[in-house]
Design a protein around this ligand. Sequence first.
Ligand SMILES: CC(C)(COP(=O)(O)OP(=O)(O)OC[C@H]1O[C@@H](n2cnc3c(N)ncnc32)[C@H](O)[C@@H]1OP(=O)(O)O)[C@@H](O)C(=O)NCCC(=O)NCCS
Length: 299
Amino acid sequence: MTTTIRTAITDADYEAWRGVRIAVMPYERCPSVAELRDLDRPGRLLVLAELDGRVVGSGLADRSRDGERATLTARVHPDFRRRGVGTDLLRMLADHAVAQGYETAGASVDDEESRLFAARFGFVESNREVEQLRQIGDEPRPATPTEYQIVSVAERPELWAAAYHQVAVPTLPDMDHPVALKVSAADWEKEWISDPAAMFVAVAGDEAIGVAGLILDPDRPDRAEVAYTAVRREWRGKSVAATLKRTSMAWAADNGITEIYTWTQRGNDAMRRLNEHLGFTYGIVSITMRAPLPLTEAP
Ligand SMILES: CC(C)(COP(=O)(O)OP(=O)(O)OC[C@H]1O[C@@H](n2cnc3c(N)ncnc32)[C@H](O)[C@@H]1OP(=O)(O)O)[C@@H](O)C(=O)NCCC(=O)NCCS
């Protein structure tokens, strides 16, 4: 059987791409077709792998978030593995990245099999993220703070843009990424928030001092991903993050969400401890890997 790899073009192709993503990673929110289309840009490539006309795999090549390398993702439906589809996808994505001028590729793997696959192409571990999960039960609203207010972005939409400058820009370097994330104001508006009613900002006087909230999942309305949580340095140690997170957990309980989850970087002990304190338990470990381009394949 030969694999055919083709570019995803139509909405039906994008849905098929999502189908593979959801089958391979049922535990993580998948962007909608509209959200995927919004992320389209020159150099970003979505592909489908077909066996006998049936979509069995999907791939993505894009600029990494910090802009330093190409992020490559080959995914194969669990029922169609070990037939060379992943290899064909990854080779094709890597050729595309080389043609774009990249010298390094990044990839993430969530299981040992995928790590072995990636290692064959020269990928080595560069970082780890751990999933933290929290079941949502009866979640009391936290006591109203006295030194600051908690408001949702739905109540004050202008706060989200203010929070970019006042909270995101000064705190993103604290996330312990090996290379600082490059997040533009436009990315912040588009990718870092979903429903403004589920996003909360701590405000002291006229300033945003912290953010936390949930990214909702239309495919799984019972689950939500924890959005970026951050508090300005001078406000740390005063329970601002815990109060923001408890507010989002109370919102989750009121809105039919039974589980929330987040990914925390290795090294970000403060965030892990805060989550443990809030009752989060540990889930999957995701390994970030890097390889020089062009890829070299082990025989
Ligand atoms: C990684 C993944 C794409 C592999 O897809 P695949 O179609 O099964 O891969 P291939 O058939 O091309 O495998 C090529 C080689 O990788 C290695 N490999 C793949 N799966 C392996 C496993 N479970 N255990 C050990 N080695 C494995 C083997 O050397 C294999 O060659 P072989 O079958 O001749 O022994 C698939 O497991 C997947 O979708 N994982 C989740 C997404 C992901 O993490 N992708 C990696 C990021 S690029």
